[in-house]
Design a protein around this ligand. Structure first.
Ligand SMILES: *[C@@H]1O[C@H](CO)[C@@H](O)[C@H](O)[C@H]1NC(C)=O
Ligand SMILES: *[C@@H]1O[C@H](CO)[C@@H](O)[C@H](O)[C@H]1NC(C)=O
Ligand SMILES: CC(=O)N[C@H]1CO[C@H](CO)[C@@H](O)[C@@H]1O
Length: 354
């Protein structure tokens, strides 16, 4: 996850605890104050937060309320990234170590590009959704679409507040990269670009509808524009990850910009992920490069994709082992109304990379 952002969040959480402890001393009351009461005093909290530049203090003041939402987004990024890459040699396990970054995410690699894009997408996504569910004071449902609804439905429901999500999300996600002191210029440009790509992907809203009328007859149907699930967004971004462009930081016109390394006639496209450093093949363990290797990883003998034993095990071969599965079987329907099943054992062969 974004290193600076996480550090910023940790600092705020630490501060909340500290302040609770202080107020405990002052008031002599138990520490068990609800965090909600802290929100009232956010101005003071942000002021004494150590090591923040002024823009961050401002951000903290106006956004402390969003913290809970952002922390949820961070958790979801972790889960979603690992699920999306479960069938790949690089399986996003290094995200567990954040805020300590392993080299696969710290260097400007393709993997870092994906994680930044997904993080930015998730933060905006969660904020937009939090507006809809009424968790945030600063926003509510998105506007009703301007165009005439299609046949058979009318606009209604509560649209996800994409606009607010993008606005506040980019403020949060991009703030560390816009600071002078953090990291190299090339890395900052890369992260900013990929974060923007991530947010662009969530802009593709889908039509979501609800039926009304007698016992679900759907005589009245209301629809609204809603965000896709984060897992679908992650799949989209994985496709972009697979076709990401390698870029270099070099003068273009009056400023230094990121330009594609091999085809340097065109600027970077707005919808492609970019990276600065090539990744290892992740076959062998190499801590310096942040590769865990694929030894002992599961592989699929019949698959022809990235989880096939050939690809996953990098040609080293694999070891079979057997697993007993217990399943429901021979199910019978009884009048009326229940089902009974037997338990059957089945042996399946599984494979792990040598
Ligand atoms: C990801 O790969 C590493 C290294 O092979 C392995 O230790 C870890 O269990 C894997 N994680 C998941 C969620 O499969
Ligand atoms: C292995 O891959 C095949 C083909 O893609 C798929 O049908 C099957 O479910 C996979 N098996 C496991 C255990 O994931
Ligand atoms: C609005 C509010 O609760 N303000 C309180 C913030 O904390 C100071 C002491 O730290 C109180 O005096 C304020 O009443």
């Amino acid at each position: 996850f974004l290193p600076e952002l996480i550090q910023f969040l940790c600092a705020i959480l630490r501060l909340m605890v500290q302040t609770l402890t202080i107020s405990h001393f002052i008031s002599g009351r138990a520490l068990a104050k609800t965090p909600a009461s802290l929100h009232l005093n956010q101005t003071q909290h942000c002021k004494i937060l150590e090591g923040l530049v002024s823009s961050q203090v401002q951000l903290c003041r106006s956004n402390l309320e969003l913290m809970q939402t952002i922390i949820q987004a961070a958790k979801e990024v972790k889960k979603t990234c690992q699920k999306t890459f479960a069938d790949m040699r690089w399986n996003c396990s290094s995200i567990e170590l954040v805020p300590n970054f392993s080299p696969d995410l710290e260097r400007g690699t393709r993997e870092a590009a994906f994680v930044y894009a997904l993080s930015a997408a998730a933060i905006s996504h969660f904020i937009a959704r939090a507006c809809t569910s009424g968790d945030l004071r600063g926003c509510s449902c998105g506007p009703i679409p301007g165009e005439i609804p299609g046949p058979g439905y009318r606009w209604g429901g509560c649209a996800d507040n994409l606009h607010y999500g993008l606005l506040m999300g980019s403020k949060f996600s991009d703030a560390p990269m816009k600071m002078k002191k953090s990291g190299s210029q090339a890395n900052k440009l890369m992260h900013l670009h990929n974060s923007e790509v991530g947010r662009q992907v969530i802009e593709a809203l889908e039509l979501k509808c609800k039926c009304h009328g007698v016992s679900g007859s759907c005589s009245i149907k209301t629809c609204w524009r809603g965000l896709q699930d984060l897992k679908d967004i992650a799949i989209d971004l994985k496709t972009k990850y697979l076709s990401a462009s390698k870029v270099v930081h070099r003068p273009m016109g009056t400023r230094k910009q990121l330009v594609p390394k091999d085809i340097d006639i065109r600027p970077v496209r707005e919808n492609e992920l970019v990276y600065l450093q090539s990744s290892p093949d992740f076959c062998a363990k190499n801590e310096k490069l942040g590769s865990l290797g694929t030894q002992d990883r599961h592989c699929n003998k019949t698959s022809i994709g990235s989880d096939s034993c050939d690809l996953m095990c990098c040609g080293r071969g694999y070891n079979p082992y057997t697993e007993q599965l217990i399943e429901r079987c021979n199910c019978k329907y009884h009048w009326c109304c229940y089902v009974t099943c037997k338990k059957c054992e089945r042996t399946v062969e599984r494979y792990v990379c040598k």
